[in-house]
Design a protein around this ligand. Structure first.
Ligand code: NAD
Ligand code: DAU
Length: 337
């Protein structure tokens, strides 16, 4: 299949979990691509996640905020950027419940400012990296398709839905070539230890109690981060402007099953599980239908879940310095809340 050729790429949020995996992967598999990683280095952004790329000849890191439209536009012009891959966001649901303001500022305001800069500078592709959470929650059956109505339930997902709608409007009103992806829960290396999988691995390693929300039967549909990265690249290269592509691995698990598997991998007893008060507004089940992406983007997930999960646990066991460094005082204060 041939499609649009990406050459000079501006990645936002490339110091975060998915962004750092994406920039490394893209530089590896596209030898002609030059890339700028633009990131504000919030609590979730960490240059240690891309330390191996610092001297890469086709890689540049720029510290900056997506809300700073002038700075972004300057970079887009100076580097003759053709493609924006927009990962930067406040991404954690629990934090959005504690305070939504930063979510609206970055996810809504920052996306609008980026879209405006992209329009001004005439970029040829803008990939809006979004989430299945914009569709809300499912009952025991069914899957989200691209035409499922938006029904976000948390301040995080509402801010992502707002960003998606702005992206849509820039396509319809101004013809900006926006492609939107909506993916399910990612796992893999470099994920910030506030999210379920890394948090549980680290707590198990430390013999701490593992806090499972509610009855532990909320279902998430897990995909390896590199499968998501491949899908985002496929959307940039093969996706049609104005279209939405769901991304998922058809891999649903109740949270308690994931937690038990992690305890098994770390070699700790199930008695460490502690059922705690539920997350307010907790979405019961996510499941994504990715038929359209598989058919139209020529993409399919490759990572086997058993193997991917075991490798992820091993990565956290082998990289204690990485997660000890990111668990700053701020993270400590947040966990206490
Ligand atoms: P993350 O929290 O690990 O990383 C976010 C990155 O964005 C950090 O490096 C942070 O410093 C940067 N950032 C935050 N605010 C910024 C700002 N104002 N300006 C510039 N940079 C800023 O997030 P993640 O899990 O890697 O998610 C990346 C994207 O993928 C998000 O848009 C998220 O909504 C989406 N997504 C995530 C998942 C998942 O399971 N993690 C699933 C589907 C979609
Ligand atoms: O579905 C995609 C989304 O997945 C992304 O858009 C978000 O950025 C990402 O954070 C993730 O959202 P979730 O809320 O599903 O992920 P989280 O890891 O926070 O929680 C996964 C499930 O585990 C959820 O049902 C809540 C539960 N949980 C989470 C934590 C942190 C617990 O039971 N205990 C915990 O301590």
């Amino acid at each position: 299949m041939s499609g649009y050729e990406i050459k000079k790429v501006f990645v936002t949020g490339g110091a975060g979990f998915i962004g750092s995996n994406f920039v490394r992967h893209l530089l590896e598999i596209r030898s002609e691509v030059n890339l700028i990683n633009y990131d504000a280095l919030t609590y979730a952004g960490n240059l240690e996640s891309t330390a191996d790329l610092t001297d890469h000849p086709r890689y540049t890191f720029v510290h900056g905020d997506i809300c700073d439209g002038e700075k972004v536009a300057g970079l887009l012009k100076d580097h003759k950027i053709d493609t924006i891959i927009h990962f930067a966001a406040e991404s954690h649901v629990d934090r959005s419940i504690l305070s939504g303001a930063e979510f609206v500022r970055t996810n809504v305001g920052g996306t609008q400012s980026l879209l405006e800069a992209a329009l001004k500078c005439g970029v040829s592709r803008f990939v809006q990296v979004s989430t299945d959470e914009v569709y809300g929650s499912l009952g025991e059956t069914g899957q989200f398709t691209e035409s499922t109505p938006l029904a976000p339930n948390s301040p995080y997902s509402a801010s992502k839905a707002g960003a998606d709608l702005l992206a849509r409007s820039y396509y319809h009103t101004f013809g900006l070539p926006v492609v939107t992806t909506r993916c399910s829960n990612n796992y893999g290396p470099y994920q910030f230890p506030e999210k379920l999988i890394p948090l549980m691995i680290i707590k198990a390693m430390r013999d701490e109690r593992l806090p499972v929300y509610g009855d532990g039967m909320n279902v998430r549909d897990w995909i390896h981060v590199l499968d998501h990265c491949d899908a985002v690249l496929a959307a940039a290269e093969m996706g049609l402007p104005g279209e939405i592509y769901n991304i998922g691995s058809s891999n649903e698990w109740p949270n308690i099953e994931i937690v038990k598997r992690l305890l098994h991998h770390v070699g700790k007893p199930e008695s460490l599980v502690q059922y705690v008060k539920d997350r307010p507004g907790h979405d019961r089940r996510y499941a994504i239908d990715s038929t359209k992406s598989r058919r139209e983007l020529g993409w399919a997930p490759k990572v086997n879940f058993d193997q991917g999960l075991a490798e992820t646990v091993q990565w956290y066991l082998d990289n204690t310095t990485w997660w000890e460094n990111v668990m700053s005082e701020e993270t400590q204060n947040y966990s206490e809340q």
